[in-house]
Ligand binder design. Structure first.
Ligand code: ADP
Ligand code: MG
Length: 355
């Protein structure tokens, strides 16, 4: 197949050949950092024998329709995580692919936008009976003048960030003064509303979703575990440091592992919540749901990620490996799911037209 890989890039005016060269360097280990996700994905597709075109988007969105129209891919793998360096614009590439009528992997622009707004997606999840933590939103510049109708401790997050941006121990607050301070911090630092939720004590689990509808699979759970001696209960959260800083993780005894056993009831509830969240938020092909599991096996959905990281060695790919999918299989699976979905939807569309 001819497969375009579309992604955001800091490189100005790089052609597909420039990216091809860079990909080869990075996959050969010539760079100190791990290869960029789009290069890993493209490498997997090449190993599967596909013809691959690397389309990097810097500031000119026209490269997507232009390259794709000229090259005519059978399918596009959408690896875009942002546009103009802004993660909140991650829907731009999906929108272009949608508008041009290409088959592409991953969630629609609507799902990307709705899941980006954590309050909006929580409202939808709640409507569908999925447990989400009670919350309030403080619009940008809105001050906290009194205690909200929630029970402390609370956690304060930017409304539309990801990758634990703005999440630190100071995000968990026990009184109005600390709440007011953290809300003001989020407004100032992130220039966006602050989402304030009731804090849910429990285990931190991540569930990967692969496929759609009747082919949908919930992958083996990943867990972020904390050394209980080194982390107080309210410190057991995925702060930026807990997620990304190796030295800190080591010092605090924080590890990302396949989840320790959960009860049959919890397993069932998690699967049901993931399936319901996938449907409610129009997630497609692959996604990840962040969950808190309490001591009494209650399952709370923290958020759904419509565009999770799919690099080798990270949660989604590791969980796929656990069910026997090599990295190449995992990427191929996503592509096949997108094609099967497009085929099915196309058939539906054709049948509507002839009805
Ligand atoms: N209501 C909550 N109760 C307890 N911990 C939470 C809550 N909301 C977020 N967290 C902690 O903060 C982390 C980041 O929050 P999340 O909403 O998933 O944002 P991000 O998009 O940055 O991943 C979670 O993984 C969890 O550890
Ligand atoms: Mg999260």
């Amino acid at each position: 197949m001819r497969v375009s890989v579309v992604f955001d890039t800091p490189q100005v005016r790089w052609t597909p050949d420039d990216h091809r060269h860079q990909m080869e360097q990075e996959l050969a280990g010539a760079e100190p950092h791990e290869p960029e996700m789009e290069y890993q994905v493209a490498g997997a597709l090449l190993e599967r024998g596909h013809d691959v075109l690397l389309v990097g988007v810097h500031d000119d969105p026209r490269v997507v329709p232009d390259h794709c129209a000229a090259w005519k891919p059978d399918v596009v793998v959408n690896c875009a995580e942002s546009f103009l360096g802004d993660g909140a614009l991650d829907y731009v590439c999906a929108t272009l692919l949608e508008a041009c009528g290409h088959h592409y992997t991953g969630s629609s622009p609507l799902a990307l936008q709705v899941t980006r707004d954590k309050a909006m997606s929580k409202k939808i999840l709640a409507y569908h009976g999925i447990k989400v933590s009670p919350f309030v939103v403080y619009r940008t510049r809105e001050k906290v003048t009194e205690a909200p109708p929630l029970t402390f401790p609370l956690i304060v997050k930017p409304l539309a960030a990801d990758a634990s941006a703005g999440i630190a121990h100071a995000s968990v607050v026990d009184d109005v003064a600390a709440l007011a301070e953290r809300v003001a911090f989020v407004h100032e630092r992130f220039r966006q509303p602050a989402l304030v939720e009731q804090f849910i004590s429990g285990r931190e689990l991540y569930a990967g979703i692969l496929g759609n509808d009747e082919r949908l699979q919930i992958l083996p759970l990943t867990e972020l575990v904390f050394d209980k001696e080194k982390n107080e209960p309210e410190e057991r959260i995925a702060t930026q440091a807990a997620k990304w800083t190796d030295a800190y993780r080591k010092r605090r005894g924080i590890r990302t592992v396949f989840a320790r056993p959960v009860s049959a009831v919890a397993r069932e509830r998690i699967e049901a919540a993931c399936r319901a969240a996938g449907r409610a938020l129009w997630l497609r092909d692959y996604a990840r749901v962040d969950i808190r599991l309490t001591d009494d096996d209650e399952v709370w959905v923290l958020e759904a990620n419509a565009n999770p990281f799919i690099s080798k060695g990270h949660e989604m790919a590791n969980a796929a490996a656990k069910i026997g999918l090599s990295y190449q299989d995992f990427i191929e699976h996503i592509v096949q799911e997108a094609l099967a979905r497009a085929e099915r939807d196309g058939t539906r569309m054709r049948s509507r037209m002839t009805a």
